[in-house]
Ligand binder design. Structure first.
Ligand SMILES: Cc1cc2nc3c(=O)[nH]c(=O)nc-3n(C[C@H](O)[C@H](O)[C@H](O)COP(=O)(O)OP(=O)(O)OC[C@H]3O[C@@H](n4cnc5c(N)ncnc54)[C@H](O)[C@@H]3O)c2cc1C
Ligand code: FES
Ligand code: FES
Length: 468
């Protein structure tokens, strides 16, 4: 066990001991380090004012929200802030200069966050306007307006950042921090993670902390024991094998995106709408499932795709279908000390269509009012099988099994869909809340079924979508 956290802050090595393991990186920067270029806007991952860049052991430069990142996540990495971009003689970094040249800043509060997002983007292969818009969706500006910022982004992205390689600190042994009655563990393998959770059954697992971070910053909860997945490298991968996409519980959305999008473009499109790039660089599908929110965006797609979870407690593993995982509002079958180790998603079979839709008030950076996913197999115009997953319609992500049963074996025609819409009406009793009324949710659910039909049926495409 190691009681000291080692990382680089810009070029300089740092060693932190006796540090609060749920201190956020933003608090650390603006507090002990007195680096105040990184701003606090919302303290909940929404505004991007706190964007910093983490450089990992593969040299990836990832923009993340410092306000929902706990300090143990820095272990063995390099942290770059807006203070680290200008040259030693004070010459602004090309991203900073472009923001000046294009008048991309007024009050300046949001500017360091935009600059850090663009700095990270420049390390990626030749970004285009789509990539610029996607990356900047996680940065809000209340005064400049986005056109000058996007203009600056388009200019700087003509160039590519090739950052100098930096030696990262060694990560020998498990990091175990303790401070003021709080403890955190950063196990180095899934075996060690399993043992740590057996030793500390009340510990809170911290994956990307994009939910857990808010328990601390917004709900002011005290987390006495936390166990981080950041250094559990053997469950951080995403591979295709044996007809499945296997997603390790430590893999982020951004890690999972390429394979999921390759097989299920709609799923990829939906993941691109989860939070922002900063959130997707940290958040995991495992965390999205384990928090058991009724409005999490990945469970509806995973329900429709018949995903299986591999749960582990000590050395014992069990496979649980996702539709058996949720037991009630924010409740799951997970036992104390048990964790999600992996998520297995079947790859598509021939003649299979998959569609998923997220309906929210804003396109970017918003939580769903309703989310729906459909996996459909047709044979000679007849529904051979269909699985449907919904979010926002019940206390848990759920399947409208009555609709699935009604549709199976029937012709995939508008007449069938119109009747199925009535079945859908009775499948759920959604709540009214700040995101949508019950009536709105019911209407959306009916319409998403119709939308899926319109996008997948030859009849609909020929008679409606292509004008005579
Ligand atoms: C600004 C912002 C925007 C967001 N937008 C969206 C959105 O559009 N759609 C959406 O669905 N969500 C959204 N979220 C919520 C959040 O990003 C997701 O739920 C994310 O997937 C959580 O993953 P995480 O790795 O950060 O989980 P964490 O916060 O680390 O953990 C979440 C919960 O899961 C538990 N947990 C984590 N990993 C495991 C595991 N392997 N085994 C057992 N338990 C585990 C934790 O103990 C905790 O209870 C947003 C959050 C923020 C802050
Ligand atoms: S302060 Fe708003 S995203 Fe961090
Ligand atoms: S320049 Fe003022 S918030 Fe963006």
């Amino acid at each position: 066990m190691r009681d000291t956290l080692h990382f680089r802050l810009g070029p300089e090595p740092r060693a932190l001991r006796d540090v609060d393991p749920t201190m956020t990186v933003l608090e650390y920067l603006r507090g002990p380090e007195r680096l105040c270029g990184t701003k606090e806007g919302c303290a909940e991952g929404d505004c991007g004012a706190c964007t910093v860049v983490l450089v990992d052991r593969q040299g990836r430069h990832q923009a993340v929200n410092a306000c929902v990142l706990f300090v143990p996540a820095l272990d063995g990495q390099q942290l770059l802030t807006v203070e680290h971009l200008a040259a030693a003689d004070g010459t602004p970094h090309p991203v900073q200069q472009a923001m000046v040249d294009h008048h991309g800043s007024q009050c300046g509060f949001c500017t360091p966050g935009f600059v850090m997002s663009l700095f990270a983007l420049r390390t990626e292969a030749k970004p285009d306007r789509v990539a610029v818009n996607e990356v900047l969706a996680g940065n809000l500006c209340r005064c400049t307006g986005y056109r000058p910022i996007v203009d600056a982004a388009m200019e700087v992205c003509l160039g590519t950042e090739v950052p100098a390689a930096v030696a990262l600190p060694a990560m020998d042994g498990t990091l175990a921090l303790a401070h003021g009655g709080k403890r955190s563990f950063s196990p180095r393998s899934s075996d060690e993670l399993a043992q740590t959770l057996l030793d500390h059954p009340d510990a809170v697992i911290v994956a990307g902390a994009t939910d857990v971070g808010l328990w601390v910053t917004k709900q002011h909860k005290t987390l006495l024991v936390t166990v981080s997945l950041d250094t559990v490298f053997d469950i951080a991968g995403v591979v295709e094998t044996g007809g499945f996409i296997q997603i390790g519980a430590g893999a982020t959305y951004q890690d999972a995106l390429p394979l999921l999008e390759q097989h299920y473009p709609d799923f990829g499109g939906m993941i691109r709408r989860i939070g922002s790039r900063q959130i997707r660089n940290r958040g995991t599908i495992g965390g999205n499932i384990a928090n058991a929110s009724p409005i999490g965006d990945s469970p509806p797609a995973l329900l429709a795709l018949d995903a299986t979870l591999i749960l582990r407690r000590g050395d014992a593993r069990r496979s649980v279908k996702l539709d058996e995982f949720f037991t009630g509002y924010r409740r799951t079958v997970l036992a104390p000390s048990e964790f999600i180790e992996r998520i297995d998603v079947p790859v598509p079979v021939p003649n299979q269509a998959f569609r998923c839709y997220k309906v929210s008030k804003r396109f970017d950076q918003d939580i769903s009012a309703v989310c729906a996913a459909f996996r459909l197999r047709l044979q000679d115009g007849i529904v051979r099988d269909i699985r449907i997953g919904f979010g926002g319609m019940a206390a848990t992500p759920a399947r409208p099994t009555a609709v699935e049963e009604f549709l199976t074996g029937r012709p995939w025609t508008e007449a069938t869909i119109r009747t199925a819409q009535s079945v859908m009406d009775n499948a759920f009793s959604p709540l009214s809340d700040m995101r949508a009324s019950s009536a709105y949710r019911r209407t959306v659910a009916r319409n998403l079924l119709l939308k899926c039909f319109l996008e997948t049926s030859e009849e609909a495409v020929l008679t409606r979508l292509i004008p005579a």
